[in-house]
Design a protein around this ligand. Structure first.
Ligand code: ADP
Ligand code: ZN
Length: 620
């Protein structure tokens, strides 16, 4: 988006390590054609010595915003990153591109650390990744003062926020960068949208004068789908079988037990499914994560302990078997799908029990009223997304202060619009039944009473005598469940915090009980299990990415896999799927032609060019 001359002029003004413009670095080193929206502006700002606060969705391309300036400005760029695994992958990927990158963290021994520090002091590094706790040690700071530093990049900058979900106390000390290195540009990056967190980042990192770059939050290639939970395991299996057979994905569960059980269930059905939660020994955890990153088609089943900093580009689906606590969490977790821009699915099933469980956990949690009120609002917003009858993407983006004018055409409510029905009378019956039975019973019993069941419990309790007994035969059990779920989700009923899911009336439900308000309810759609993805204007451009030449595709993947194994790196570090697609489509015959494929930079062309040309020549 920035014409080349702008940068030529810029680089003429100040000496650079490479003497190259950002555009040239983008072409030659990274093998990409053009900057994405905002990348160009951000890079311009940092290259010319300014500070920046960058807010971009996952997969938006944050890394290039500091990697390109690191290669244009003289000196070494220091990248502060909280995640050691991520750091190592990034460094491996950069080295593949021929960039002089290294890291400093707690996994290395004294000798390795010394060698890296020496490389820094003699100016042999373009980028140095550093864990925050390492950076703030006096010895490291001394080293930095003696070295030539081009910029500081603070990745996952929301970790300074105490309100956020990933707070790290070491991040608070990063204020010292502004004081100790006032003339070196700082760029902070995050995918966490919310306004308060953003303000906090700017204050705590002394970035109040920095330019803010806020990019849209839409992830058009992700299809959002939320269905009522009937039989979660079967629903999950059907979904994977129909749409993501042999794909790599993440399945999130709330508890460790459920993680283990779900991983076993999938494994029994023949999938490579591995568990990941904080209760597993560290070695097992690391091994499972490693396999997920390196092997094809692995499904990781995990609690929310998994995922921070996982930047595997080809995760094709993220499935939630339990409801996340907030839209922030939902968006972050689902955002791990489809970083490569190809069609991916964010799939969730949820039911009344989820709502009850989360509400109870919230009320029982430590924390003052103010805190609980915020948490309650967040959960309400999450439930709002589940029960909405219009485009889910519009609701999501709106929550993050972003706007989408027209319905997206790539979420379940757009593809399969839910019908609504006049639930005024049903709601009155349901609420009245709760009241007549003393607000002491859960949904199964309430439905038994409404539908006039003759079971023992109903009789023993004398509930066959109450005035709401048998007044609800017009709806099925599942339809009543849907009514109760929506009443709880919308705050008309609440689960008794101590009462094992007993439902109680709230103040809000008074007008409904009297039938004063008309109530529109969502009719749970009948789920079609056909695998045909409906294409739409938005997912349309991604569809051309769908492979038709499967033999060719597998051949290129095998070639990539061999190289990856030889070098001990994940396959996507060699080439991304998108790059293989492009190769398959263009079938380049010369190195020159291969250089035109997106994602093939100079270093990779030299290292792998001939190998892939040979593989391509063998196709047909
Ligand atoms: P983030 O850190 O924002 O989640 P990344 O920096 O990992 O995202 O980038 C996501 C993907 O997009 C990576 O595979 C990256 O190589 C690719 N990418 C980034 N910028 C461009 C660009 N200008 N052209 C093509 N691909 C890009
Ligand atoms: Zn939509």
């Amino acid at each position: 988006m920035y014409p080349d001359q702008d940068f030529e002029q810029l680089s003429a003004e100040r000496p650079t390590t490479s003497g190259k413009s950002p555009e040239r670095v983008l072409h030659e080193v990274f093998g990409y054609e053009s900057f994405r929206p905002l990348q160009g502006e951000i890079i311009h700002e940092v290259v010319s010595g300014g500070d920046a606060l960058v807010l971009m969705p996952t997969g938006g391309g944050k890394s290039l915003c500091y990697q390109v300036p690191a290669l244009v400005r003289p000196g070494t760029a220091i990248v502060i990153s909280p995640l050691i695994a991520l750091m190592q992958d990034q460094v491996a990927a950069l080295r593949e591109l021929g960039v002089r990158a290294a890291f400093l963290n707690s996994t290395m021994d004294f000798e390795q650390a010394r060698a890296t520090e020496y490389a820094l002091s003699t100016g042999e590094l373009d980028l140095l990744y550093c864990a925050p706790e390492r950076l703030i040690q006096p010895s490291t700071l001394e080293l930095l003062h003696d070295a030539s530093i081009s910029l500081f990049a603070i990745d996952e900058a929301h970790c300074v926020s105490q309100w956020g979900h990933d707070f790290r106390s070491d991040y608070l000390q990063l204020t010292l960068l502004a004081n100790e290195f006032p003339s070196i540009p700082r760029i902070a990056l995050t995918a966490t949208a919310d306004e308060r967190t953003r303000k906090e980042i700017a204050e705590r990192l002394s970035l109040t004068n920095a330019r803010h770059f806020i990019s849209g939050f839409d992830r058009p290639n992700i299809q959002y789908r939320i269905a009522p939970k009937t039989n979660a395991n079967k629903q999950l299996l059907d979904f994977i079988k129909a749409e993501h057979e042999s794909h790599c994905g993440i399945v999130y569960c709330l508890s460790r037990n459920k993680v283990d059980a779900t991983a076993n269930m999938l494994a029994q059905k023949g999938y490579t499914a591995l568990p990941y939660h904080a209760g597993l020994p560290a070695n097992d955890r690391a091994r499972n994560q490693e396999r997920f990153l390196r092997e094809d088609g692995v499904i990781i089943v995990a609690t929310i302990a998994f995922g921070m900093g996982i930047d595997k580009p080809d995760v094709r689906f993220v499935a939630h078997l339990d409801l996340p606590k907030s839209l922030e969490a939902y968006y972050q977790e689902t955002g791990r799908a489809g970083r490569d821009g190809k069609p991916s699915t964010a799939w969730m099933v949820y039911g009344l029990q989820d709502v009850i469980k989360l509400r109870q956990m919230l009320e029982a949690s430590q924390g003052n009223d103010h805190f609980k009120r915020i948490e309650r609002q967040k959960l309400d917003a999450m439930l709002g997304l589940c029960e909405v009858t219009k485009c889910r993407r519009q609701v999501l983006l709106n929550y993050f202060g972003d706007e989408l004018e027209a319905p997206c055409g790539n979420c379940d409510t757009c593809l399969n619009p839910p019908k609504t029905w006049d639930g005024t009378v049903a709601v009155q019956k349901a609420l009245s039944c709760v009241f007549r039975t003393g607000q002491r019973f859960g949904v199964t019993h309430l439905i038994d009473v409404l539908r006039g069941s003759e079971n023992e419990r109903v009789q023993q309790l004398g509930h066959n005598q109450v005035s709401t007994y048998g007044i609800g035969t017009e709806l099925s059990v599942n339809e009543w469940k849907s009514v109760f779920r929506q009443l709880v989700a919308n705050g008309y009923l609440r689960a008794d915090p101590e009462g094992y899911g007993a439902l109680q009336l709230t103040e809000q439900c008074r007008p409904l009980l009297k039938g004063e308000h008309k109530v529109e309810l969502r009719k749970d759609p009948v789920i079609k299990t056909s695998s045909s993805r409906t294409s739409s204007s938005r997912s349309g451009n991604a569809v051309k990415d769908q492979v038709t030449d499967h033999v060719g595709w597998e051949a290129l993947r095998a070639c990539r896999k061999q190289l990856a194994e030889k070098q001990g790196v994940p396959p996507y570090v060699i080439f991304h799927d998108t790059t293989l697609f492009d190769m398959l489509e263009r079938k380049p015959q010369t190195l020159d032609e291969l250089a035109g494929v997106s994602g093939v930079g100079a270093a990779k062309l030299e290292k792998y060019g001939e190998i892939f040309l040979a593989a391509i020549a063998e196709l047909d």
